[in-house]
Design a protein around this ligand. Structure first.
Ligand SMILES: N[C@@H](CCC(=O)N[C@@H](CS)C(=O)NCC(=O)O)C(=O)O
Length: 203
């Protein structure tokens, strides 16, 4: 059976949700970053969650895993047909989240990795300002429809909803500033399979 390496309330929560929605059987390993298991080291040489390991090999990078799960389980409707306009939008926002937004959170949570001997508070302040600018772009994208790529939830919405949990670090400033994002988060959390997957870890 596929082993899924996870840290509750981290970026691997979006993969947990996709595994649950697609009813993919998996065995859960909660990772201890301070004491990494041999299987986890094998699953991801970077030592980061999410990762999968099965008899065929290993997979890491949450966006890639989720796109693969979506393609393998089209009936789950996690992504629109890529060649459609909705598909282009969903891919655009998904890549925006993984490539642009997630690295900014890393700067906020681990400023020492960026600052070295420098000013941690300055790195954190710049990261927070960058987050506000980029979530503002997502907020604008929700002006005319309920989800980022139209009227149906896609992997991009799932990812945004799980990242918004981290805004506790900045006193909930994102959803206080951008109510459309608060609504999006609630819409995603209300999808029954998402509610089940996130139970107790994303609120
Ligand atoms: N690009 C990777 C990033 C993975 C990542 O940064 N995971 C974090 C949790 S959100 C982690 O495991 N951090 C541990 C560390 O950096 O030591 C992905 O999207 O899967």
């Amino acid at each position: 059976m596929t082993k899924f390496f996870h840290l509750p309330a981290s970026c691997s929560s979006a993969v947990l949700a996709a595994l649950t929605i697609t009813q993919t059987p998996f065995e859960l390993e909660i990772v201890d970053l301070g004491n990494k298991s041999e299987a986890f080291e094998k699953a991801n040489p970077l030592g980061k969650v999410p990762a999968l390991l099965d008899d065929s090999g290993a997979a890491f990078e949450g966006g890639a895993i989720n796109l693969w799960l979506a393609a393998k389980n089209p009936e789950a409707g996690l992504m629109p047909e890529f060649s459609s306009l909705e598909g282009r939008e969903a891919l655009k926002w998904l890549f925006f989240c993984y490539a642009t937004i997630h690295p900014i959170w890393i700067r906020l949570f681990f400023p020492q990795r960026m600052a070295g001997e420098g000013d941690l508070a300055e790195v954190s302040a710049l990261a927070e300002a960058d987050l506000m600018k980029n979530y503002g772009i997502l907020d604008e994208a929700l002006q005319d429809h309920d989800f980022l790529a139209g009227d149906r939830m896609s992997l991009a919405d799932l990812y945004v909803a799980s990242t918004l949990h981290w805004e506790a670090k900045i006193d909930g400033r994102i959803t206080r500033t951008y109510p459309r994002l608060a609504q999006l988060k609630q819409r995603v959390l209300d999808v029954p399979a998402v509610t089940k997957a996130f139970a107790g870890e994303i609120t």
